[in-house]
Design a protein around this ligand. Structure first.
Ligand code: B3K
Ligand code: ZN
Length: 859
């Protein structure tokens, strides 16, 4: 398959100011008539033909200016039409089978309804079109179908007209006044009911809000509706962005490749990010709903009003929108806790990407299949890069920059460069060197050393950006680093400073320190970097207890644990040193449990041990078996040493009644954390406690927490509660997903055998992405199971990728990166991982998605 390069961008030869679509809907057969008004683009090279993208379509009729035409041909999947003049009308009819569409791109059937997904290149599976984001059109959509089967007919924009047809059919006509690219088109037809509400915008317009779900699910849409209204208000207040239609529809669908989709005025959501109530959704699920609702809503400006020129600019909308949803969630709950969670995601998902064969800059230079570039780098590192601009500019100037960006590019398809330029002009920054963050891949490593002489402390900083595929030599990047120097005696620091490390090496001196100060660095995680600091355990213990920056405090504790586990894993610890390190960590954890200045939500964060994948990331070559064993053994040591303390915290937290208040949520978080430590230290005690928690739970957070702990333990309670859980929630797909995921992600030594059995369970299906993820993604990200020493985990994922690829290539390709980590894994496992990649690569008929990921991973 051909490589597409950013440098080859050319504007499209034609404009398509207006599109009319007519759908005759049927689950097995839908007829589509598309009428395109086209005119020559004066800003592009003239062409005698128009190239319309298609994917698996056959043109039934082609008309030009109302006359049946023969001046067309097929070029592969695409339709090439000869056009003599400067402006024409092209009409093409196609026929599709939504029920056969298991890839879930284009128009597909889900549980009796019809639904679309067009980003990035799904519209070409509906009709022939210049399916690229820089072609903006005003859409009018008419659809008709059997009224009993599809009582609700939705598309983008406003409903213009509707009526009944013959033979029990009805129709609706929608018009979206805002020009948009084809990837934002959407259509939904089905038997749905709405939770409806109203939002009054800042300028006094009334917007009708609807959240459409299947009958029976409406009672679980309240949180989504509240989240939507909060998002709308927040975007007015924080970014000055008002909603621009009189109607905003959200539809929940159970078969969906990702979280949700920001189609103009008609967001389509995975049910997972709409439905929530206390009996079926955890606190984490509630936050997921709030965050994704906000994210898709915020796209209305960052993505829809200002869209992307081409898919290389994807981070323009995704990085920026992730930052916007992160800032929103910070404002809705605890800002420091949200920051820690976001950094944990970055480190768990993006850092490994950046240090492996799939590393790419946030603005890539080439791709084969764009679906493979909806990555943690584009999304999460993209957000970090814009966050750095915000940090350097300050909030007020940043807002001037975003105002200018929206104002300058409203209605346009823009580039990352446009964004950076608007930031320079609006916020008053010089981002010349900063642009390297858009072009260079790889996570910068920053080394920090503090020396002390007389009254002067000197900070020595140096940076190195590691080589990544296709980029062997890197230039130093400007890295904004927040730091503070603590006085050992007073325990206070002298004010936080923001410095920018923009050279390979920099030294900075600070006077007036009679004793060497203690350095707190990259506070608030001001830059997405790896910091190597020359710091003693005692100093980390000091910061873990005293740092006034909550992130830095978390980081100190993490570093303390990471430092110890690295030593433990590489075998460089003797018994005495191990004992000392564990002692230091245990007292630091004890201090966290006892510190009554902390709220439980923050306490819960501080108690989380660094993940196995993050630990692997800190090592040049990782031994997943040893990492797992050492981490578990540390957890067990802490759990037994602090059994009374954890039991006390557990009992205190159990007294807090269920509510969604920050306090109650924090209590549930520490309760499960305590149980996890107790389970490691004293499994029998924990099994009894977890079973009791399961039985008395009046909410899913407690029930799932208990089930999670039980799933990792042997014994009859595990079996009994799993049966109870299944029977209790049978028929609720989202909760049954949890039932699969809990077993596949468990610490149980036989987790792989459980997954194998569950793949034959009548409720398992390869056709539903949520179910597929709940079993196989949970297993692929369960380090102990995936990295089974005999390679069985790798084999299962290899088999699974090959089986899923013909059904749903986009989702199949998402499993490849786990195997792609082979280069950084110890030789035995590494060879077994590579073997699976080679086996997949050799399979005939591989999709473009999976083929690209496998060949890059082997590369
Ligand atoms: N923009 C969509 C992602 C589409 C992914 C297509 N493979 C959801 C989002 O980021 O908001
Ligand atoms: Zn997005």
């Amino acid at each position: 398959p051909a490589v597409i390069r950013r440098s080859d961008y050319k504007p499209f030869a034609w404009r398509v100011p207006e599109v009319s679509l007519d759908f005759a809907l049927g689950l097995e057969e839908t007829h589509v008539t598309a009428v395109l008004a086209v005119e020559r683009n004066p800003q592009a090279d003239a062409s005698p033909t128009i190239h319309l993208d298609g994917d698996g379509l056959e043109p039934l009729t082609v008309k030009i200016d109302g006359e049946v035409a023969t001046s067309w041909s097929m070029e592969g999947n695409d339709l090439i039409v000869s056009l003599p003049g400067d402006a024409h009308q092209i009409e093409v009819t196609t026929k599709i089978n939504p029920s056969a569409n298991t890839a879930l791109m284009g128009l597909f059937a889900s549980g009796g309804m019809l639904c679309t997904q067009c980003e990035a290149e799904g519209f070409r599976r509906i009709t022939f079109f210049p399916d690229r984001p820089d072609v903006l059109s005003v859409y009018r959509v008419r659809m008709s179908g059997p009224k009993a089967q599809f009582p609700v007919l939705l598309s983008n924009g406003n409903l213009e007209a509707e009526g009944d047809g013959e033979d029990g059919t009805h129709w609706a006509q929608w018009h979206d006044p805002w020009p948009k690219p084809s990837y934002l088109f959407a259509l939904v037809a089905g038997d749905l009911i709405a939770n409806s509400d109203i939002f009054n915008t800042v300028s006094g317009r009334e917007v009708a809000l609807n959240i459409w779900v299947r009958e029976g699910d409406e009672g679980r849409t309240g949180h989504a509706m509240e989240s939507l209204k909060k998002s709308m208000r927040w975007d007015e207040e924080t970014f000055g962005r008002e909603y621009d239609l009189d109607l905003f529809n959200i539809v929940a669908v159970s078969d969906f490749n990702m979280g949700a989709m920001e189609n103009k005025g008609l967001n389509v959501f995975n049910t997972k990010y709409v439905l929530a109530d206390e009996d079926t959704a955890t606190d984490v699920d509630f936050d997921g709903v709030e965050g994704v609702i906000a994210h898709e809503y915020f796209h209305n400006w960052s993505g829809n009003r200002v869209t992307c020129r081409d898919w290389f600019q994807l981070s323009l909308k995704e990085g920026f929108t992730v930052l916007r949803d992160q800032l929103f969630s910070q404002d809705m709950g605890s800002a420091p806790v949200k920051r820690i969670e976001d950094v944990r995601v970055l480190r768990g998902a993006q850092f490994p990407e950046d240090s492996g064969p799939l590393a790419h800059p946030i603005r890539p230079d080439s791709f084969r299949e764009i679906s493979n570039f909806y990555t943690a780098t584009i999304y999460n590192k993209g957000a970090e890069v814009i966050r750095m601009i915000r940090t350097m500019a300050g909030e007020e100037a940043f807002r001037k920059g975003t105002d200018l960006y929206f104002d300058r590019h409203d209605g346009e398809a823009a580039t990352c460069e446009d964004f950076v330029k608007a930031m320079e002009d609006g916020a008053g920054l010089d981002l010349t060197q900063f642009r390297l963050w858009y072009s260079q891949a790889g996570t910068p490593k920053v080394s920090v050393r503090l020396t002390h002489e007389g009254d002067t402390a000197t900070l020595h900083l140096s940076q190195e950006v590691p080589p990544t595929p296709g980029q062997s030599d890197k230039q130093p990047m400007p890295i904004p680093i927040k730091l503070a120097l603590f006085d050992r005696d007073s325990g206070e620091h002298r004010g936080e400073q923001l410095i920018t490390l923009d050279k390979a090496q920099v030294s900075l001196s600070f006077d007036g320190f009679a004793k060497p100060p203690i350095l707190s660095v990259n506070r608030g995680f001001s830059a997405p970097i790896v910091v190597h600091r020359d710091i003693s355990s005692d100093e980390l213990v000091f910061l873990a207890a005293r740092d006034d920056d909550p992130f830095a405090r978390y980081e100190a504790l993490q570093d303390l644990v990471v430092g110890h586990l690295k030593d433990a894993v590489d075998g460089s610890l003797d018994d005495a040193a191990r004992k000392d390190a564990r002692q230091a960590i245990t007292s630091a954890i004890a201090a966290v449990l006892a510190d009554d200045t902390l709220d439980d939500s923050m306490r819960g964060e501080l108690l989380v041990l660094p993940s196995e994948s993050y630990l692997a990331e800190t090592m040049l070559v990782a031994d997943p078996g040893r990492i797992h064993a050492e981490r578990q053994s540390l957890r067990a040591a802490i759990g037994s040493a602090l059994e009374p303390e954890f039991t006390a915290v557990y009992q205190r937290a159990s007294q807090v009644p269920y509510s969604l208040s920050a306090e109650a949520r924090g209590a549930r978080k520490v309760k499960t954390q305590a149980l996890v430590y107790l389970a490691a230290g004293n499994p029998d005690l924990a099994a009894t406690m977890a079973a009791a928690q399961y039985d008395s739970a009046n909410n899913m957070t407690d029930r799932q927490g208990a089930m999670m702990v039980l799933c990792g333990l042997e014994g009859i309670e595990r079996t009994n509660k799993l049966i109870d859980f299944y029977n209790r929630y049978k028929g609720n797909a989202l909760v049954i997903d949890k039932w699969f995921a809990l077993q596949a992600g468990s610490m149980h030594p036989a987790a792989l055998a459980h997954v194998k059995a569950l793949a034959d369970h009548p409720d398992f299906t390869m056709k539903n992405p949520n179910r597929v993820r709940s079993l196989f993604m949970a297993m692929a990200y369960n380090p102990q199971a995936f990295h089974a020493e005999d390679g069985e985990g790798y084999r299962m994922i290899g088999d699974f990728i090959l089986a899923l690829d013909p059904i749903n290539p986009q989702t199949a390709a998402r499993f490849v990166p786990q195997l792609g980590k082979w280069r950084r894994i110890e030789p035995g496992r590494s060879a077994l991982m590579r073997e699976q990649l080679e086996r997949i690569a050799a399979a005939p008929g591989l999709s473009r998605d999976t083929h690209e990921q496998v060949s890059r991973s082997l590369g």
